[in-house]
Write a protein that binds this ligand. Structure first.
Ligand code: SF4
Length: 396
């Protein structure tokens, strides 16, 4: 089954800078045990009020950026965007198309949780221009899903994948978590094998990080659950890497694996420090060397936009050259393309190889890094396992 987008006027543009848009939808059906994202359950009135404020923010921001930028990707994340009524997402996207110059070729992603979507919603998303779906599965173990507080089953996930594929969309990403309390190596193997069997072309693999303020943090602190030891988590990661590599997936970033042509354009914008505009509660932006973020307080967010028609920005910082250099090292070394020495020279007029000669010689000699013929520094498999240490060494 395939359908055509209707009712949208998407402009192809030229001569403008590229912009990516992130939209945060801060609502979920319930709160997962490990979750520290800015998300609430929210009433239908809260959601309507939030969307009205969000549309006001889009209109204000478009006046600043529309003239200079065309939009290459849109990512609707959360929270759980798919727990919203579909017409709110449709209105959101048509509002973006009206207010910004969005390229015909733009990658448009929406995050889904399996038991929050049906055929109608998927169809409406596609008609609204969505061409990539990112699904939170996390694990195929029902025991682990329960411990995480996830409310869906593996069957729900499989049904959703089937619906999306029936509409002819192959561009599906799936998130999984490794290192969860109680998770065994075999659980991770089963999850990866399952995703391979469903031919999911993009898989994001996140190592659990226990965050302040979460239910999981309390359980760990009071000894109710224990975290798996570091060696086991590394074994899990290696298992994922080996299995996916065998099946033709590329690790194009430390946590992201894809089959050829399925790398996420939007994700690469973050790692390559390109311009992106985040709108919605707690959304972060990076434009022309300045990072800024919206308030995390949902009442304040709505009030600022409703009453004052002002942007609810709570933080703004123009990065110094030193901060830009640190970010470049930190973000680029996570990627398969690595750190571009020529670009560093162009941006900062410094020779990175000469500046870090001793450390780089040691890292390359000991097999943690490679210098490619294109003058890029790339972590080896061995290097990826001690990535944080390498980054610290090179930032120092
Ligand atoms: S669905 Fe995602 S955003 Fe919502 S509570 Fe769970 S982890 Fe957090």
């Amino acid at each position: 089954m395939s359908i055509n987008k209707v009712g949208l006027s998407i402009t192809e543009t030229s001569g403008k800078k590229s912009l990516s848009i992130y939209i945060h939808i801060p609502f979920c059906g319930s709160k997962c045990a490990y979750c520290s994202f800015v998300s609430v359950v929210g009433s239908p009135e809260d959601k309507k009020r939030y969307f009205a404020a969000l549309l006001t923010e889009i209109s204000i921001q478009s006046k600043k950026y529309r003239e200079f930028y065309s939009v290459s990707s849109i990512y609707i994340g959360g929270g759980t965007p798919s727990c919203m009524d579909y017409y709110l997402i449709r209105d959101l996207l048509s509002n973006i198309y009206k207010n910004f110059a969005v390229k015909n070729s733009a990658e448009i992603t929406i995050e889904l949780n399996p038991n929050t979507v049906d055929k109608t919603k998927i169809r409406e998303y596609i008609l609204s221009g969505v061409n990539r779906f990112s699904i939170g599965l996390q694990s195929t173990s029902s025991k682990i899903l329960k411990a995480m507080g996830r409310t869906h089953t593996v069957e729900d996930y499989e049904e959703l994948v089937g619906i999306i594929k029936d509409y002819g969309i192959k561009n599906i990403s799936t998130d999984i978590i490794i290192g969860y309390p109680g998770q065994k190596l075999v659980d991770v193997k089963d999850t990866i094998d399952y995703l391979i069997s469903l031919e999911i072309p993009h898989i994001s693999v996140y190592m659990l990080s226990v965050e302040e303020g979460t239910r999981l943090k309390k359980l760990v602190d009071n000894g109710s659950v224990g975290l798996p030891d570091e060696d086991l988590v590394i074994q899990m990661y290696n298992e994922v890497y080996d299995r996916l590599s065998d099946e033709g997936y590329t690790r194009y970033e430390f946590s992201n694996f894809s089959l050829p042509t399925f790398e996420s354009f939007h994700n690469r914008v973050y790692w390559n420090r390109k311009d992106y505009l985040g709108m919605g509660l707690a959304a972060h932006s990076y434009i022309d060397g300045t990072r800024f973020a919206n308030t995390e307080n949902i009442i304040e967010y709505a009030r600022e936009l409703e009453t004052n028609k002002t942007l609810p920005v709570s933080m703004s910082k123009t990065l110094s050259d030193d901060e830009k250099k640190e970010e470049m090292i930190m973000l680029s070394l996570r990627t398969k393309d690595g750190f571009d020495i020529n670009e560093y020279k162009r941006l900062f007029n410094e020779n990175f190889l000469a500046k870090k000669k001793e450390k780089l010689t040691m890292l390359i000699t000991e097999g943690y890094m490679l210098l490619t013929p294109e003058n890029r520094l790339v972590c080896t498999d061995k290097g990826f396992l001690v990535l944080n240490r390498i980054v610290l060494d090179l930032i120092d």
